[in-house]
Design a protein around this ligand. Structure first.
Ligand SMILES: Cc1cc2nc3c(=O)[nH]c(=O)nc-3n(C[C@H](O)[C@H](O)[C@H](O)COP(=O)(O)OP(=O)(O)OC[C@H]3O[C@@H](n4cnc5c(N)ncnc54)[C@H](O)[C@@H]3O)c2cc1C
Length: 311
């Protein structure tokens, strides 16, 4: 029987952190495979416009940046496969991964799985996902031309995406659990858009309401008075934060913090030898593309040192 391949480096995820790490490893001729469960480019690819990534003086579309990172990594030989990593364990000098039910072996691994959108957890949310309930304005906003929308979330993402959605929607109700927490720049833009965006503070969403299987709005409740009311809309976009993509590490020896982010030392190595972490999924990450890219470069250089030490 043919012996199973042991990859030099396997990366989990193909967002900005992993793609950058792959540029570094493959340029030094370290064989590298990336497994991606959804979109190459990660959250950056689903972001409409990025204004603060260095080197793009006029800003850059998220999808363009993702494509360029991919092209650069593939130029040096990075191999990108689609698949979900479901488990990771160390067995002797090798790291075993379960990818879509199949075993993949590696000498070293980079976890760069980023984070996912936090859910409200109310009736109707799961049922009408992608049929009236959305988490990506860039992906789904254009379906709501000349329609009314609800946006949930009063942080930077909620306000930024509500502003973006004014390109399509006739009106937006922005539902905020307590007070607005967005940056001064965004709050100024929100004020300028007040004809199109109505802000409701101190409200909780109780239910996404549909009639004949079509979303018609949300039942909301005032946090202080408990008074319920209905906000009518054709779609609901939810931006209430992110949770780290670490569910597949539940039974592993990789240490997580109490919020589920991966702990690492200054070499970005986790508590499992040979397994490194980069980007938004790392404890203490600043949730920015430039930071994820920096992590990716650091992790790749430290992985090279690790592999050399094992030769
Ligand atoms: C709405 C929005 C706007 C933003 N705007 C900006 C901005 O203007 N500027 C900025 O700097 N940052 C912005 N960010 C943040 C930025 O997108 C992230 O910081 C960056 O994408 C993090 O990169 P990453 O590689 O760590 O993770 P991600 O980009 O999240 O990539 C992780 C990848 O791993 C994959 N994955 C997860 N689990 C598995 C698994 N088990 N198996 C296989 N694959 C898996 C995911 O599908 C994903 O593609 C924004 C984020 C959002 C949500």
């Amino acid at each position: 029987m043919a012996e199973q391949t042991i990859h030099d480096v396997v990366m989990i995820g193909a967002g900005p952190a992993a793609l950058t790490a792959a540029i570094y490893t493959t340029r030094e001729e370290i064989e590298t495979v990336l497994y991606e469960k959804a979109i190459v480019g990660g959250l950056a690819a689903t972001t409409d416009w990025i204004d603060n990534y260095p080197g793009y003086a006029q800003g850059v579309a998220g999808l363009q940046l993702a494509d360029e990172l991919r092209e650069q990594a593939e130029r040096f030989g990075a191999k990108i496969e689609f698949g979900t990593v479901e488990k990771i364990e160390r067995s002797g000098g090798t790291i075993k991964l379960l990818v879509d039910g199949g075993e993949v072996l590696a000498r070293s691994v980079l976890i760069a799985t980023g984070s996912d959108h936090r859910k409200l957890g109310v009736p109707g949310e799961e049922e009408y996902f992608a049929k009236g309930v959305h988490y990506c304005a860039t992906c789904d906003g254009a379906f709501y031309k000349e329609k009314r929308l609800i946006v949930v979330g009063g942080g930077n993402s909620g306000v930024q995406e509500a502003l973006f959605l004014t390109r399509f929607a006739t009106h937006i109700d922005l539902l905020v659990r307590s007070e607005l927490r967005a940056s001064e720049v965004l709050l100024r833009k929100l004020e300028e858009a007040k004809d199109k965006i109505t802000v409701h503070t101190n409200v909780l969403v109780d239910e996404i309401v549909a009639e004949n299987d079509i979303v018609v709005g949300a039942k909301i409740r005032n946090k202080h008075t408990d008074e319920q009311s209905m906000v009518h809309a054709d779609g609901v976009f939810i931006f209430i934060g992110l949770i780290p993509n670490t569910w597949f590490l539940a039974d592993s020896d990789i240490a997580l913090d109490d919020q589920g982010f991966i702990k690492a030392n200054t070499d970005l190595e986790t508590s499992m030898p040979g397994v490194f972490v980069a980007g938004d999924v790392r404890e203490g990450a600043t949730m920015q593309i430039a930071a994820a890219v920096g992590d990716g470069a650091t992790a790749a250089l430290k992985m090279r040192q690790y592999l050399e030490s094992k030769e």
